[in-house]
Design a protein around this ligand. Structure first.
Ligand code: HEM
Ligand code: SF4
Length: 748
């Protein structure tokens, strides 16, 4: 049978294809015990291959842990993570932009390898759950053939770059940020300055200050489009914010520079990344985000360090190159504009238009939001999306951070037919951006860190609110509800009017799932302020809590008063009183429903909580490099086994070069990739200083390296290649030894 690699090889860009091959090989090495667990874990995270609940081989039945037997026995894919256990694959969708072809491939893959669901995340990505790790290289190849990568979707790297789904068609924006989000994504991807962090960096773009758009205020790096007249010429640039973040301790981003011209945003981003890489916390993960570094240094010192770093950055043509060439990400209509014909319209059309359709800046066109409850789309729904797009908008599809999907450039005339097509696909619920359209993180369904069922709660709230939607006060309809399964806030509950995060509480000797109620967060102004936690309510009573809170709002608000202002005016103690009586829990034998979570018949327990992989494993750049050199030397052996000694010798030298470069980069991150630079730097920094010298063998291993460098290109037979591989292996061992000695010196 033809493999996907053979079938799609020519359609995948070379470096992406090689990376996937390397990953496949690293999987083999891990199975053979030749790649350390911790390094493999961070390696796969950086490929988007994530853990999933129960992958430690245990499941609590409510009373006790039960072992889940997997055929692989003790084999692991990370600390406490069983090889055969189902996992998650996060697929980066830069600024949420998808083509028809990509949607179709995503549909096929969800059906063939996952549970038939393409899940839209709160950062415009797609996730599959229940993936077997051994399917991941094929999944990656099939995605790569359509221009999608999973690289750096997880792990301590720069994550998906997000942007407003209405960029380019919105009346309020300074300019279309899509092209910048696109170019920055691919500039940063795999960039050496962005591989050595203690935690992740998240970047978001917004077209304006006031709308939610990019939600820049809770991102590590947030860029808001600005237009200025510079020397009489209008100039595009960005207000550059840093250090925002959610998590258990949310932080609003701070202004680094009120106007960074467009050609400067790449170097300034790199400078921030380099300062974070160098000075950011690496040992204590709970304090390893950029926000903590800025707090400890102070904004003035952080700004000074970034400016200093920017000055010494070696120039790169790509910083402004993308502005000259054909720009990616800019969208165009596929049809001529038109106006909506007179009715009659299909049933429900007007209500749907009022909520889910927005006029574009371009007259005659509109955007349509297809509501995807809980962010889940079945394979057939994805195919319907592709069919609809093909007829009405072409490749103009975007995912949203509210877990929906937007069609852009719909002509007004096409709206009724598109509505009917969406209805047939089950995607025409008239609730986009309303209180019904509840956002949720994966929670206890699949996340190891979940304390309570966020998706279960979100599903119940959606259903109940949709049923009474027509009776809801207009001010209530406008509210947003967001649910996270724990304090980590992946559901972005801090930025909701009404937010919830899951907690477990012990009551009369039994565990009871609860949600902490967080009120008054702001979605507008790019999530310009966060809500207040007012107390925990048992999960069963949360729908009631929503009713009580919204009723108080309708009855007590001043004309035109926003929910956030209303909550602030009343103050925490008054608001807390509303939910006080909802905290009472009936005895276990009176109402057992309180003691189970939504959609889960088991007795509730927190026994399934595992160690999350959100922070990744902190593996230094040098450790990564050394591990890569080991893989390359293994590659050399494979070449030798295949009877190609020249390639084996080349691979052996390449492995030595990688090991040497890993050490050089500890002192000089900018060392160019060419052999002559690495050898010279290595000679100066490690050989002549005797730092690399082996305590017993002296310069022996260094000399192998220098000799092989001199002999590159000479003929080799099998035996010589064999020697070279052995020498490379010894050199790499010596490099590990040197690295360990350096660490010991640094720690002393
Ligand atoms: C300590 C561990 C974790 C922390 C601190 C954390 C924190 C966050 C935060 C703050 C966000 C969203 C808002 C933002 O971008 O700032 C987020 C996004 C997200 N988190 Fe987590 N998270 C953790 C672990 C997990 C785990 C284990 C899962 C489930 C597998 C998960 C699933 C998600 C998803 C699906 C998103 C949207 C991400 C995307 O598409 O890039 N998170 N996380
Ligand atoms: S908020 Fe908690 S439960 Fe939800 S995905 Fe994040 S870590 Fe998991």
């Amino acid at each position: 049978m033809t493999s996907w690699k053979e079938k799609l090889g020519s359609q995948i860009q070379d470096d992406w294809g090689e990376e996937i091959d390397v990953f496949a090989q690293q999987m083999v090495l891990r199975r053979q015990g030749k790649l350390a667990e911790k390094i493999f874990a961070e390696t796969r995270l950086r490929r988007g291959v994530y853990g999933q609940r129960y992958d430690n081989g245990k499941r609590n039945d409510g009373l006790q842990d039960r072992a889940l037997a997997f055929p692989c026995g003790d084999a692991t894919k990370g600390p406490g993570t069983v090889w055969d256990a189902p996992g998650m694959l996060r697929i980066k969708i830069p600024y949420g932009a998808l083509t028809i072809e990509q949607v179709e491939v995503l549909a096929d893959l969800s059906e063939e390898y996952s549970d038939n669901i393409s899940h839209i995340t709160t950062r415009q990505d797609i996730q599959y759950h229940y993936i077997h790790i051994e399917d991941s290289p094929d999944l990656m190849r099939r995605l790569a053939a359509t221009g999608i990568t999973t690289r750096e979707a997880c792990g301590n790297v720069v994550r998906n770059v997000t942007a407003c789904p209405f960029a380019g068609v919105c009346g309020g924006e300074a300019f279309d940020v899509s092209t910048y989000a696109d170019a920055l994504t691919f500039f940063i991807l795999g960039h050496p300055d962005c591989q050595d962090f203690g935690r992740k960096i998240k970047i978001a773009f917004s077209g304006c200050e006031t709308s939610p758009c990019g939600l820049t205020m809770f991102h590590d790096i947030g860029l808001i489009a600005k237009r200025r007249i510079v020397d009489g010429i209008p100039k595009n640039g960005f207000a550059f914010y840093v250090g925002g973040g959610l998590g258990s301790v949310p932080s609003q981003a701070k202004l680094l520079n009120e106007f960074v011209p467009e050609e400067e945003i790449f170097p300034v981003t790199l400078a921030v990344c380099r300062v974070f890489g160098r000075l950011g916390e690496k040992d204590n993960r709970t304090r390893a985000r950029l926000k903590f570094l800025i707090k400890s240094l102070g904004m003035d010192e952080f700004t000074r360090l970034v400016e200093q770093e920017r000055k010494i950055l070696p120039h790169d043509e790509r910083w402004a190159g993308y502005l000259k060439g054909p720009q990616q990400g800019l969208s165009k209509p596929t049809k001529e504009p038109s106006t909506l014909a007179e009715g009659p319209y299909p049933d429900g059309f007007k209500e749907w238009v009022a909520v889910n359709v927005k006029a574009q800046r371009q007259v005659g066109y509109a955007t349509v939001t297809a509501v995807c409850p809980l962010g889940d789309l079945s394979a057939n729904q994805m195919r319907s999306v592709a069919d609809i797009a093909r007829v009405y908008v072409g490749d103009n599809i975007r995912l949203t951070v509210e877990q929906n999907l937007v069609f852009r450039w719909v002509t007004e005339q096409d709206l009724p037919a598109l509505f009917v097509a969406l209805q047939e696909a089950g995607l025409a619920q008239p609730s986009a951006g309303t209180i019904v359209d509840v956002t949720s993180c994966p929670g206890t369904d699949t996340c190891k860190l979940g304390h309570a069922s966020s998706r279960g709660l979100a599903a119940v709230l959606r259903e109940q609110l949709a049923a009474i939607n027509s009776q809801l006060d207009e001010a209530v309809k406008e509210l947003r509800i967001k649910v996270s399964g724990c304090f980590n806030s992946c559901g972005q509950h801090h930025a909701a009017d009404i937010g919830f995060y899951g907690v477990g509480r012990k009551v009369r000797g039994y565990m009871v799932p609860h949600f902490q109620v967080v009120l008054g967060g702001q979605w507008d102004n790019n999530a310009g302020s966060f809500g207040l936690a007012i107390g925990a309510v048992p999960s069963r009573n949360i729908p009631l809590a929503v009713r009580v809170i919204t009723t108080h709002f309708v009855e007590g608000r001043e004309p035109g008063e926003k929910f956030k202002d209303f909550i602030q005016r009343l103050g925490k103690p008054a608001v807390k009183k509303w939910i006080k009586e909802l905290t009472a829990i009936p005895a276990y034998d009176v109402d057992r429903s309180f003691y189970s979570d939504w959609g889960d018949s088991r007795e509730y327990s927190t026994g399934d909580l595992g160690i999350g992989e959100c922070a990744g494993e902190v593996v230094t750049l040098a450790e990564f490099g050394l591990s890569e050199s080991e893989r390359q030397v293994f590659d050399a052996q494979l070449h030798l086994d295949k009877g190609v000694p020249e390639e084996a010798a080349q691979a052996a030298f390449k492995a030595m070069l990688t090991a040497a470069r890993s050490l050089v980069r500890i002192e000089n991150i900018d060392v160019p990739d060419q052999a002559e630079h690495i050898v010279t730097e290595f000679r100066n920094r490690y050989h002549e200083t005797r730092v690399f010298h082996d305590p017993f063998a002296g310069a022996k291993f260094t000399n192998y390296f220098f000799r092989q460098y001199e002999e590159q290109g000479t003929d080799v037979d099998h035996e010589t290649a064999h020697h070279r591989i052995e020498e490379a292996q010894l050199f790499i061992e010596a490099a590990y030894g040197c690295y360990a000695r350096l660490g010991a010196t640094a720690a002393a």
